[in-house]
Design a protein around this ligand. Sequence first.
Ligand code: GLN
Ligand code: ZN
Length: 705
Amino acid sequence: MLDAAVTVGALPRRFDGLTGLDAYFAAARGTSGDAGERAPLEMTKWFDTNYHYLVPEIGPDTTFALDAARLVAQVTEAVAEGYETRPVVVGPVSFLLLAKPSDDAPAGFSPLSRLGDLLPVYAGLLRELREAGATWVQLDESGLVADHLTDTSDVTPEATRAAVTEAYRVLATELDAAERPAILLQASYGSLGAALPVVAATDVEAVALDLVRGALPTGPVDGLESKTLVAGVVDGRNIWRADLAAKLDLLERAQGLGAAGVVVGTSTSLQHVPHDVTTERWDDATLDANLHAWLAFADQKVAEVAVLAKALTDGRDAVADEVRASSDAVASRRDAAGVRVDAVRARTAALSRHDFERGEHDARVAEQASRLALPPLPTTTIGSFPQTVDIRRARAAHAKGELSTEAYEQAMRDEIARVVTLQEELGLDVLVHGEAERNDMVQYFAELLDGFAVTSNGWVQSYGSRCTRPSILWGDVSRPEPMTVRWTTYAQSLTEKPLKGMLTGPVTIMAWSFVRDDVPLAETANQLGLALRDEIADLEAAGIAVVQVDEPALRELLPLRKADQETYLNWSVGSFRLATAGVRPDTQIHTHLCYSEFGEVIGAIDHLDADVTSIEAARSRMEILPELRDEGFGRGVGPGVYDIHSPRVPSTGEVVELLELAVKTVDPTLLWVNPDCGLKTRGYAEVNPSLEHLVAAAREVRATL
Ligand code: GLN
Ligand code: ZN
């Protein structure tokens, strides 16, 4: 998206005067000090993935001007080396759908209204690519698989489809075929649905469909007979080896749609999966052998595409060995120990309504108030404290075998003690242990739960230079032993103040792992819910009075089509309730959701039935609060009062101002005071003064109540 914004010359005015990589970096990270104050572009999640993109800002006055130099240089270089490549650019319709209105745009402005001005620039780009020697270009139009993409622009599906017709009339019909590369229109992450006939009616030469998340159309589609159909049958988002026989059947059905030709592809780009499974080693010999047979990372997926393509040209017999090996892998996975655990299935099958229900809310509130005895506007943090160099060094040394487990755990206990003392000195009301012992909020649990494997080299980009190593959920999930109890009770033993047990919720564990494709997500969510329920019961029995279950990814997995959202919200919210509903009325359940677009999920947040919800709110200046008030949200709420994503230290006055806004908007007895998110990426030089100011501000506003 950033590349596309630069290519069409649409970076906001504040980046004027910057060129080349300076402009890219400034747009991605912002600038300050001597370089001048410039806010970066906003970053948001790409479709329903954990990859983030930079959001272009488009207004009525945005100018578009072609800057094709970077793409053209790449094509020219490839041609000179003798390679035929297919440049990939975000298509014009999706570019505008994924953009947001600039700050100066009038209310109701939609970036898509600028399509007419953008198209000549895309036409110029296609001409230059052709001149440079590109015979094909890929225009990504995945925006067409979602009913709506940003909360700020309200574009109807009809308007989107009209835009497709217009865009490809200009780019495919009006541009002479000799003047431009052939166009492949790619749509990933779901089905085109009603947009498919519209795309098929354009004059693009090829259409690529996601046939993993998306479904094959049920009958022939008018217009397809003149196009190549790229059948995205190999899963670009998950790591399971393909069942080649099943994929060949799917390809045969794709051939029945009447396209001029069928080509094999992956369902999405391969950016969502790690590179190469052959570099992984798992300690357990059986698991190692199994996972190598069951998994396909990017390199293996490319080989699968090649095998399937060979079958299309030379017949199934030509790939009989490969198909047999893949069927064997499927069978071995189906039958392997741990994939299906009867005791786990029996437990989820026996769940009843009652397991998802907590006692009456008002009664709970009273019992918690008397047990916790907190002041109004209680102060707390979201869980993690800085992961210092020392912590990371100790973990690395322990992993290498240079530091004994005893010494490592002692170092973590010392760190926890430091963090507890610090919070007491700061005067916070509800403390945390600081999560020093956790490498990552998902991987930590994946390492302790049965049913997961973790990788050593399986990195996937999240944004910029930040990568994550998603865990692999391969079997039924259960908890062999308590995961957090000894750390939490140790921390609680050091203080009289209540200390929050800290867990990651089922949906977030699933969203940031590679999930199974052989059971419904709802089943896995309940298995995780039960494992967490047991953990919470153990924490409660050990005297912990407050437990937080983080679900920052609840919004991320929200289906792109409205029709699918209710089912998703039922099972996802259900799994959170399953995890938390077993507690006593006087145990307080917190949740944390770190994003600010709640509009469409406010009802779901209420259904979580948590006692207190902390959310990101500082950057949006508490915009969420009127929404919560209007929805009659009657639960504790901690709108973040400062942005932890920036090293900036907020002043006491600033926090007071936000809190004054908050107490005017919602019932002050519901309000909590906390930062926007965990502090693990920050240093103590920022954390100490920031929290000092937070506590001072809470005391000041408390005194006015
Ligand atoms: N408890 C976690 C932390 O503080 C929550 C992180 C998150 O929301 N991403 O780090
Ligand atoms: Zn967060």
